[in-house]
Design a protein around this ligand. Structure first.
Ligand code: HEC
Ligand code: HEC
Ligand code: HEC
Ligand code: HEC
Ligand code: HEC
Ligand code: HEC
Ligand code: HEC
Ligand code: HEC
Length: 504
């Protein structure tokens, strides 16, 4: 039975082989690097099985430039960061097999696929075979810990449950059921990353006969801190969508918008209405998003997210204005995302190890003081801020830039102070037993007035700070900014007074 299927498959393979040879020769005459024998076998079937993937790959640099050629470029123009390419990989295009058969011994999801050891989930350590610098930096990026930072933090877990859990109304009471894992995967872990595991092997009927594949749970997912079947963390695909893996996509703000958009994290909406975003929208189609290194002035005239946070930026004499970093907080001296106050940046990207004086896993006390031992010191803060300012100063004067950061500093002080007032009110409510919170050892996120308190710091204070940091004034005023900050706090106060009256 099995052998006839194989026989049938072979005939198909021959046919596709002819087609694919024609396809490769006609579509990309002369432009491609040579393809390894194994990748050729993959292409023979996949040109018809997954033509979209093959076409994307053919348009990518991976199909066009072999590693041996890539390393010959000057360091500043080079797009791979490995010095010695492992035997067998140097001379060929980076094809299906070069990625999907790497490190097979580490991959729980590796399987025998038409006699090749293939895994579907290509992970950062696989990319590190040729891009070790980016992979090592990304491991230090808070993003690659995004799953762990939620799943290991009891306080965030209780927040997650109150948002995702099911609520039923019975006998005038709310009955609460915890969310199941699929709901959490569709919600928080969609961006933060799921845990991908292999739950078995399944034989499926395909267009080319029966084949066995591993069954992946928690997949598909393209979250930044995904836990992979080889035990590694993170994914490079959130910004380098497969199978083009293009630098252009990563440099455009739409890529970041997928996750940095909501009222809690409004970097993208703020950016898109800022002057920088306006210039990008108006003139961006004339910019060069492919050039490496990226030349300020010649290639682009206003910053995108990548320019301020990630990119290697040079002037027209190729003097470096900023080094590239995949540890994307190298130019961030503090966290303006309130937990629950803005604070100096954490030292470790694994924020779940942080604990404040009250034993809460938060980088600030409830009264606002930063938990210093887990956060960077002021020397490091100045260094990071200086690196960011160097980018601004390539287009702006000293006074403009100083004024901008002074405005941000004041806004942080002000929004932290308003958060303290809201926290004073909720603490009184808890002490009076009008809602069940910290003193009662109860969930602090589930009751109506607690949700008002959360919105105070998570939406309104954050939005106001993001506007001060990245432009987009309305997000600091009427669109989730100071108007709601001032209104919500009065409503919290009214709630308190009303409940006190009712209790009498
Ligand atoms: C004989 C034809 C054939 C060859 C050769 C082949 N594949 Fe496949 N491959 C398939 C078919 C058919 C599927 C299943 C498509 C479907 O889900 O219906 C598949 C599925 C896959 C999947 C997805 C598995 C999943 O989890 O759903 C990956 C990844 C893959 N192939 C990679 C490769 C790589 C890499 C090579 C070369 C080393 C290769 N294939 C060679 C036919 C082939
Ligand atoms: C959060 C978004 C994001 C993630 C995740 C990400 N990158 Fe990048 N990457 C970028 C941006 C933006 C650039 C453009 C940098 C520049 O302009 O210098 C880039 C550039 C690159 C380049 C081109 C470097 C060069 O010399 O031209 C490589 C290679 C790369 N990334 C590899 C990776 C790998 C490997 C991973 C996973 C470990 C990864 N990236 C994860 C955003 C990301
Ligand atoms: C540069 C490395 C790289 C190359 C080259 C590459 N892939 Fe992939 N491939 C990936 C990554 C990364 C993923 C995403 C897996 C994940 O992390 O979820 C992926 C996913 C896939 C999937 C599953 C995606 C889906 O949407 O079902 C298939 C099938 C696949 N690749 C086939 C191929 C084929 C065929 C080729 C050759 C034309 C190829 N790949 C070349 C890295 C690569
Ligand atoms: C076997 C080596 C190898 C592996 C494995 C590999 N790459 Fe690459 N990568 C290259 C080469 C070669 C280039 C093209 C260099 C050039 O054009 O000079 C490249 C270029 C890139 C670029 C820049 C593309 C552009 O448009 O400038 C990105 C981004 C990238 N790779 C990401 C990845 C990611 C993500 C993975 C893992 C899923 C990966 N690579 C795996 C060798 C590799
Ligand atoms: C649309 C994408 C997205 C979704 C969905 C999402 N988050 Fe986030 N989350 C982010 C981003 C982006 C940040 C980083 C914000 C920043 O630093 O500006 C973040 C950061 C966090 C942090 C800070 C973690 C730390 O210690 O570093 C917590 C806590 C958090 N999110 C909780 C949640 C919870 C709970 C859910 C589900 C109810 C959730 N998130 C869903 C994008 C998302
Ligand atoms: C798939 C979702 C996703 C995408 C796409 C994404 N991010 Fe993130 N990002 C996150 C999450 C989630 C966090 C917070 C993780 C945590 O706190 O544990 C984060 C954190 C960050 C941080 C770190 C903040 C800090 O204080 O350390 C920066 C900077 C950042 N992202 C920039 C970007 C840029 C620039 C892009 C686009 C090139 C981008 N992100 C694309 C989800 C995403
Ligand atoms: C003009 C430069 C600039 C641009 C463009 C820019 N940012 Fe920022 N970003 C900043 C500054 C300044 C801060 C605050 C830095 C500080 O105080 O340490 C910041 C902070 C952040 C943070 C950190 C939030 C936290 O947790 O503290 C994230 C995430 C972020 N930006 C994402 C983005 C995204 C996504 C885009 C594009 C949609 C973008 N930025 C565009 C300058 C910029
Ligand atoms: C590549 C050049 C470039 C870089 C880099 C750059 N800017 Fe700008 N910026 C501009 C241009 C051009 C304008 C529009 C000036 C005008 O209004 O005519 C602008 C406008 C602004 C505005 C006015 C905002 C508004 O929405 O009205 C502020 C504030 C600002 N930039 C701050 C910064 C800061 C802070 C940095 C660094 C974190 C920075 N810029 C980096 C080019 C740049």
């Amino acid at each position: 039975m099995r052998s006839t299927r194989k026989g049938r498959t072979r005939i198909h393979k021959r046919l596709f082989s002819v087609l694919i040879t024609f396809f490769i020769c006609s579509a990309n005459a002369g432009a491609d690097a040579p393809v390894s024998e194994t990748t050729e076998a993959c292409l023979e079937c996949h040109a018809s099985i997954t033509p979209g993937i093959v076409a994307d790959w053919q348009n990518s640099r991976h199909a066009q430039v072999a590693p041996a050629e890539a390393v010959t470029r000057d360091v500043i123009n080079r797009r791979i960061s490995v010095d010695e390419i492992p035997a067998g990989l140097a001379e060929y295009a980076v094809g299906c097999a070069e990625c999907h058969t790497l490190n097979p011994e580490k991959h729980n999801d590796n399987f025998d696929h038409n006699d090749y050891p293939v895994h579907t989930v290509v992970t950062p350590p696989d990319c590190a075979v040729c891009h070790p610098v980016e992979e090592a930096q990304y491991r230090e990026n808070i993003m690659s810990w995004a799953q762990v930072n939620l799943s290991e933090n009891q306080l965030y877990q209780s927040m997650m449950q109150t948002i995702n859990g099911m609520q039923h109304f019975r006998d005038y009471k709310m009955i609460f059921d915890e969310a199941d894992e699929t709901v959490n995967e569709q919600s928080c872990y969609f961006c933060h990353g799921t845990e991908v595991t292999v739950s078995g092997l399944e034989t499926r009927e395909t267009d080319l006969g029966e084949m066995a594949f591993p069954v992946l749970t928690g997949w598909p997912n393209v979250g930044v801190g995904r836990i992979n079947p080889d035990g590694s963390q993170g994914s490079c695909s959130p910004c380098h969508t497969r199978h083009q893996f293009s630098i252009e996509v990563a440099r455009k703000p739409y890529t970041c918008a997928e996750c940095h958009k909501g009222p809690d994290v409004p970097a993208y909406p703020v950016y898109s209405v800022s002057k920088h975003g306006n210039i990008f929208s108006s003139s961006g189609d004339k910019w060069d998003f492919v050039n490496v290194p990226w030349v300020l002035g010649a290639d682009f005239t206003a910053p995108t997210c990548a320019v301020c946070h990630v990119s290697l930026v040079v002037n027209e004499d190729e003097e470096i204005i900023a080094e590239r970093t995949h540890r994307m907080n190298d130019r961030l001296d503090r966290r303006i995302f309130g937990l629950i106050y803005a604070h100096p940046h954490p030292k470790s990207p694994r924020t779940s190890i942080i604990s404040n004086k009250n034993g809460l896993p938060l980088p600030t006390e409830l009264t606002g003081e930063p938990v210093a031992e887990f956060l960077i010191d002021s020397t490091e803060q100045v260094q990071r801020n200086t690196s960011l300012k160097k980018v601004c100063l390539a287009c702006h004067g000293e006074q403009w830039v100083a004024g901008h950061f002074e405005g941000l500093r004041k806004t942080i002080e002000e929004t932290n102070a308003v958060t303290l007032t809201a926290t004073d009110i909720i603490s009184q409510i808890w002490r009076d037993g009008l809602a069940q919170g910290l003193p009662q050892g109860a969930n602090v996120f589930d009751e109506a007035v607690e949700k008002m308190w959360v919105e105070q710091w998570l939406f309104f204070a954050n939005s106001t700070r993001f506007a001060a940091a990245m432009g987009g004034a309305d997000y600091g005023v009427f669109a989730n900014g100071r108007w709601y900050q001032s209104k919500n706090i009065r409503q919290m106060h009214d709630w308190l007074q009303m409940r006190r009256e009712l209790r009498k």
